[in-house]
Write a new protein. Structure first.
Length: 368
């Protein structure tokens, strides 16, 4: 009785990995380089509109597609790369279905933009050679509940289309830091997006999970003090909200009413000259995300790194650190992500709305 059940759980994960990998390979991948026009007068709302069209859940219609064909939502990667201080914008995307949509949407929303398909992926230039090079990788994400929004371009007033000289582009800090990269250095940032969808047995998942609307309602009920019981005196009294609480509830409702992606952010600092590893490049890289923090809502920060708090205990020989660095570089090239904090899973993919993603990655305006 127990043998078939045990074998099922042992082989299910491997079979799903194989079938889904087959689906990924069949769809292929393409690295698109975006050449920016001299002048852009669009707000991040243009990128939000483009992301709405890129949202491709690859919904399954039968069990054969889920378990034999491995059909599932594919990853699209928005990327920033600094090569010796030259900042480049890339989008790595599945060739089938998504690539043409990405190109069409960017051309539609950003007149004057140029898009080229790279014959060789830019990340392929770096090969792991621990004797001569070094790198440090970070996983970045939300620090609080997914439904609690970060500071977005709407909170910054960019949806009001202020004059170009009055704009405060949220990407300015990270782009300024990318411009400081030296010839022997590389600084890469990728936003790995997977459409946020319901998961159940029909979609190829043994565990069922809902989208974030229910969690948002529960959070709003918590803020408003609802659900304490029918006879509770608090329920009978009119709920009095502060202006901040009212603003937070409105932001949660606006955020969770939009399409969302399960997003993982990876940032990698690489030096091809091990002796010239510059630790001063790390601090500004991490602090650049602080501008998306909003007290009382959510914050963005690093959740894992290729280092240990106590190396002499966790990694006395240094072998684990080297293995992490090698694997992170390969995962970046493959646009693959999985949590490495196996204790708390703080670095697991977090749910971001298209509004939040467009705030962190968009075609910058003339002010930059």
């Amino acid at each position: 009785i127990w043998l078939p059940i045990g074998l099922f759980y042992l082989t299910y994960t491997r079979w799903q990995y194989f079938s889904q990998l087959k689906f990924v390979v069949e769809n292929g991948r393409s690295t698109l380089r975006i050449k920016l026009p001299q002048e852009v007068f669009k707000s991040p709302e243009a990128m939000e509109s483009a992301l709405n069209q890129i949202y491709t859940p690859n919904s399954v219609s039968n069990l054969m597609e889920a378990y034999l064909q491995g059909k599932h939502p594919l990853i699209t990667s928005l990327e920033l790369a600094s090569h010796s201080g030259e900042i480049r914008f890339y989008i790595n995307t599945p060739k089938k279905k998504v690539k043409n949509v990405v190109e069409a949407q960017l051309y539609a929303h950003y007149p004057g933009i140029e898009i080229f398909e790279e014959p060789v992926d830019y990340a392929a230039e770096i090969k792991w050679e621990p004797e001569t090079m070094d790198l440090m990788s970070f996983h970045i994400g939300k620090k609080e509940d997914d439904v609690m929004p970060i500071k977005t371009y709407i909170d910054m007033g960019l949806d009001k289309l202020p004059k170009e000289e009055e704009k405060l582009d949220p990407m300015s800090a990270i782009i300024e830091h990318l411009a400081n990269v030296k010839p022997h250095e590389r600084l890469w940032i990728q936003f790995l997006l997977r459409p946020h969808t319901k998961q159940n047995l029909s979609s190829g998942s043994l565990s069922a999970s809902d989208t974030w609307e229910k969690a948002a309602k529960a959070k709003i009920d918590e803020i408003m003090g609802r659900g304490k019981g029918k006879d509770s005196e608090d329920e009978k009294e009119q709920v009095r909200l502060t202006s901040g609480e009212r603003s937070t509830i409105e932001a949660i409702e606006r955020n969770t009413s939009k399409w969302a992606f399960e997003m993982s952010i990876r940032a990698i600092y690489i030096t091809t000259d091990k002796e010239r590893f510059n630790g001063d490049m790390i601090g500004p890289l991490l602090r650049a995300w602080a501008q998306y923090d909003m007290i009382g809502r959510n914050k963005v920060g690093f959740q894992w790194r290729t280092d240990f708090d106590y190396n002499f205990l966790s990694d006395p020989t240094g072998s684990r650190k080297i293995a992490h660095k090698k694997q992170e570089l390969e995962d970046y090239k493959n646009r693959y992500y999985y949590p490495r904090d196996v204790v708390t899973y703080k670095d697991k993919p977090r749910v971001f709305s298209v509004e939040e993603i467009a705030t962190m990655y968009h075609i910058p305006g003339k002010v930059i």
